[in-house]
Unconditional design. Structure first.
Length: 140
């Protein structure tokens, strides 16, 4: 699922970048208020994603079985991915609406943050204090 979401973002970003370059020839230097709005949206998505992770771990302390922890991990990851992907796609849409290619420069930052939140068994084990036997159970 992670790779499908990542590939979708990258493909949409590339297509709209090419479309925007063709329409505007690069855009002007003045981005107006969107020059502040787009970074706020992208960085806000990154921040909200990581805050959601931090606050969700406090509620995970009440979970006892590996299956409960795994379900919680998956649910939180989907919410984090939605926050980050929404912020990235908003940057693309605002760049397309304004015709400013400079606003697209925030998109790779958002994609890099999306890559950093990639789910893994290692992160699951560390965040939820799951023993090696529980990780092997999940992996199989």
């Amino acid at each position: 699922m992670f790779y499908a979401l990542l590939a979708g973002q990258v493909m949409i970003g590339a297509i709209l970048w090419l479309q925007l370059k063709e329409q505007t020839g690069g855009g002007s230097a003045d981005t107006g208020m969107f020059g502040l709005l787009v970074p706020a949206i992208v960085l806000g998505g990154v921040g909200a994603s990581f805050l959601l992770q931090k606050f969700s771990l406090s509620s995970a302390a009440s979970l006892h079985t590996t299956e409960e922890k795994w379900g919680h991990f998956q649910k939180i990851w989907v919410l984090r991915a939605a926050l980050q992907e929404g912020a990235n796609l908003s940057a693309i849409v605002l760049a397309l609406m304004t015709g400013q290619t400079r606003l697209m420069l925030w998109f790779p930052i958002g994609v890099a943050a999306f890559i950093l939140l990639r789910p893994s068994l290692f992160a699951f084990g560390n965040d939820y204090d799951v023993e090696e036997s529980g990780l092997e159970e999940i992996a199989s």
